[in-house]
Design a protein around this ligand. Sequence first.
Ligand SMILES: Nc1ncnc2c1ncn2[C@@H]1O[C@H](COP(=O)(O)OP(=O)(O)OP(=O)(O)O)[C@@H](O)[C@H]1O
Ligand SMILES: [Mg+2]
Length: 403
Amino acid sequence: MRLMTENKRFAVVPAGRRSGKTELAKRKLVMELPKKKPWSDARYFAAAPTRDQAKRIFWKDIKALTPGKWVKKVFETDLCITTVFGSELWVAGLDKPQRIEGTPWDGGVLDEYANMRPTAWSENIRPALSDRGGWCWFIGVPEGLNHYKDLFDYASSGADPDWGAYTWKSSEILPADELESARRVLDQRTFRQEYEASFEGAAGRIYYAYDPKRHENGPIRAIPTLPVLICCDFNVDPCVWEVAQTDGRTVWVIDEILLRNTNTVEMGKEALSRYGGHKAGAIIYGDAAGMNRSTAGKSDYALLYELGFRDQRIKKANPNVKDRINALNAMLENTAGEARLFHHPRCTALRKDFEAVEWREGGRDINKSNPLLTHATDALGYFMEYEFPLRAVRFDPGKRFYK
Ligand SMILES: Nc1ncnc2c1ncn2[C@@H]1O[C@H](COP(=O)(O)OP(=O)(O)OP(=O)(O)O)[C@@H](O)[C@H]1O
Ligand SMILES: [Mg+2]
């Protein structure tokens, strides 16, 4: 209510996932269209980090929300609606900031603001709002302690009357069972960030839930009736693969293959010597980049195939780094406090990774400065994201409420 009625020129709106941020923004934009202005061509934007994203988030809904008798023309390729009042509404991606720069705007919305470049606002958008005293909404969920938090802190401080800060949790909008199902698969920090719009410090250890006392387990043995899952990351020195098994719920990492100064064939032969005779078979998981890269004209996976590893489960493209990390963290500990990932003490590189891999400054990527680290968790992460991905709440077009 406050967001819609206070009419602050700049509104910073970090709020929980699926809690109606974008929906409110669409309504705000469409309701602006008939407003009388001292000029005849009031212009508004609905922006997201990329054009594809902006189109997917806004375009269909904005067309549906704009009453037919307001519409003068719809430009499908430009993603623009012009109205009989003279106003225009543009859907734009900030991967092409030129579309925003250089023209005066009366107002607009930046969706998924945490994923935009910090300079998009200060250098491209703010100047374009100056001529007409344009307004702007910054909506999205937090993403670590980045520029979105700075803006939110500024708006909340009350120091600048042009700025308002608004936040709410998903629990205020979403049904309780939907939240519970998200809570079960997400780790606590991710849950707080995504569903409670909390700005979580991301610096420090990535696998913060890891504790060797809890996750290292000496008695783990290979289970003969379950296939061995060989998780690959193709590096030269060192190259680390993790060998795991799962019953579909719990994952046991039973072994680690670590060679220095090596190549895919040597690694594959080592895996073969250890698990070639495993009755329930072996499945290969790993880095999608291994599809393209080649040694002697063959991809890493083709080489493994020739060695006899026929069952390969590789995605066409690698998942987002965050998805991979979230999948691992959620297996280390979900919000219900359960651990579902255990490893044998011989997996020393894995343990070291869990204990030492850190975020890069800014908390958006893995710190790869130590060449000995990250390979084990990368390798295991590809498998984890493949078999235990976090798809908390899917977009359900059947659930739109303005139909
Ligand atoms: N107040 C509401 N009551 C019922 N349904 C709503 C309400 N607000 C939004 N919705 C519906 O819930 C879904 C999520 O809304 P919306 O896309 O605006 O959320 P969001 O906060 O932008 O989510 P995301 O974080 O995924 O971008 C949409 O299908 C929307 O139509
Ligand atoms: Mg949204």
